[in-house]
Design a protein. Sequence first.
Length: 79
Amino acid sequence: MPEVTIRYFAAARSAAGESSATAEAASIRDLVTTVSTDRPDLARVLSICTFLLDGERAEPNTPLTQGALVDALPPFAGG
């Protein structure tokens, strides 16, 4: 399984307690499950996030490759 990095922003960063993490995952969905196991606050925030894979919007079933960079972007308010 590829090792990837996920960067957390805004509420996701607060829920994670860190700005990024590295994990092994085959898809965005697998990554979310892996990083939020036993972390219900993080799981809740990630469930409403938009994800970017190497700068491009990605869906939960998007496959991941070795060294990929995933950004977790919760909804933002304001302008």
